[in-house]
Design a protein around this ligand. Structure first.
Ligand code: IPM
Ligand code: MN
Length: 371
């Protein structure tokens, strides 16, 4: 298979984790005879420094003409601390979501048993957590009218949703539920917000076409609480843009490290794959960041290309390493690896995978010879 991939490494630890993801993709390409080509393009603070814009038009064109987009991270404290900044790195990401019509952000959250002790929750609570958040990504309060009065004393942001915007994300969530535990929890604030009442009505209506799926509605405040109290109850969480932003960060700490979680954003044009974590500028350039989320994002990309076996090999390799107590320092593992060392190990395991027919015992053997 031949694919063109737009690579937007972005800011902070973005470039170093993306380098590892590309190593994993190249290992897959070499092992299975695929051809991936990469075109890099700037975004975020890096793009502001180069061009003055967080999303140069050329970057949008590179993404639109690619088969998929692999993104690192966006954000730089130079802009966070300046409330008057006219351009912000985040505008690059928001602009890209709009330009590519990436209306659904999908974030799988699954417990890694050997890392359960890193979770802020009791191990018993996080057993069997396997959920997915379907977050609407191009509408709601993120993209409604906003403003500030002339005296800088009053500000507003508007939340707008159309029936069609709700339908298209809800449909994806229901379809995915069919492949899983057949449950959709739709999150809203229908006791207060008009957009949430519309959300609930549209989702309920759609639920009628999926009689095999259990549909429940939950207020956002309750959902935030339930996610801590009993996260294993959820299968698919379906949310608007801002509720999903908040819940997905909350859900991400359940598994113990933000460095483990991949995401995909899909829509009308090219899909985008990125780690859930941010640019983590404090450790940028030190080769200690966890590349797992970026590598697993590459696996999601392969899955969407229809390369299921290849995607699973990457996942299995990462999982094997973590289960063997091998990982980056924030996981407090038995064997600490740098970002690039972890990437090297994944690369070797992927290459090995084909020869040993993905035999688990042989994988284990190989790991002990590498370390
Ligand atoms: C995310 C991020 C973005 C968002 C920021 C960087 C604009 O937090 O992808 O969740 O709020 O959507
Ligand atoms: Mn967020």
């Amino acid at each position: 298979m031949k694919k063109n991939i737009a690579v937007l490494s972005g800011d902070g630890i973005g470039p170093e984790v993306i380098e590892q993801a590309i190593k994993a993709l190249e290992a897959v390409a070499n092992t299975f005879g695929h051809q991936f080509s990469y075109r890099e393009a700037p975004i975020g603070a890096h793009a502001i420094d180069l061009t003055g814009s967080p999303l140069p038009e050329e970057t949008v064109q590179t993404c639109l003409s690619a088969d998929a987009v692999l993104l690192g991270a966006i954000g730089d404290p130079r802009f966070d601390d300046d409330p008057d900044a006219k351009v912000r790195p985040e505008q690059g990401l928001l602009g890209l979501r709009k330009s590519l019509s990436l209306y659904a952000n999908i974030r799988p959250v699954k417990t890694v048993n050997t890392l359960a002790h890193l979770s802020p929750l009791n191990e018993s609570r996080i057993e069997n957590v396997d959920l997915m958040i379907f977050r609407e990504l191009t509408g709601g309060i993120y993209f409604g009218d906003r403003g500030l009065d002339a005296k800088n004393k009053v500000a507003f942001d508007t939340c707008v949703y159309s029936e069609e915007e709700i339908q298209r994300i809800a449909k994806l969530a229901f379809e995915q539920a069919r492949l899983r535990k057949r449950k959709v929890t739709s999150v809203d604030k229908a006791n207060v917000l008009e957009t949430s009442r519309l959300w609930r009505r549209v989702v309920r209506e759609m639920g009628k076409s999926y009689p095999d799926i259990t549909l429940e509605h939950m207020y956002i405040d309750n959902a935030a609480m339930q996610l801590i109290q009993n996260p294993a109850q959820f299968d698919i969480l379906l949310t608007s843009n801002m509720f999903g932003d908040i819940l997905s960060d909350e859900a991400s700490v359940i598994v113990g490290s933000l460095g483990l979680l991949p995401s995909s954003s899909v829509g009308v044009h090219t899909s985008l794959y990125e780690p859930v974590h941010g640019s983590y500028p404090q450790v940028a350039g030190r080769d200690i960041a966890n590349p797992s989320a970026a590598i697993l994002s590459a696996a999601l990309m392969l899955e969407d290309f229809g390369l299921l076996k290849e995607a699973n090999i990457i996942r299995f390799s990462v999982q094997q390493l973590l289960e063997k107590g091998i990982g980056t320092s924030e996981l407090d593992p038995e064997i600490i690896q740098t970002c690039s060392q972890f990437g090297d190990l994944v690369e070797s395991l992927v290459e090995l995978g084909k020869d040993i027919n993905f035999d688990q015992a042989k994988f284990n053997e190989k790991i002990s010879t590498i370390i």
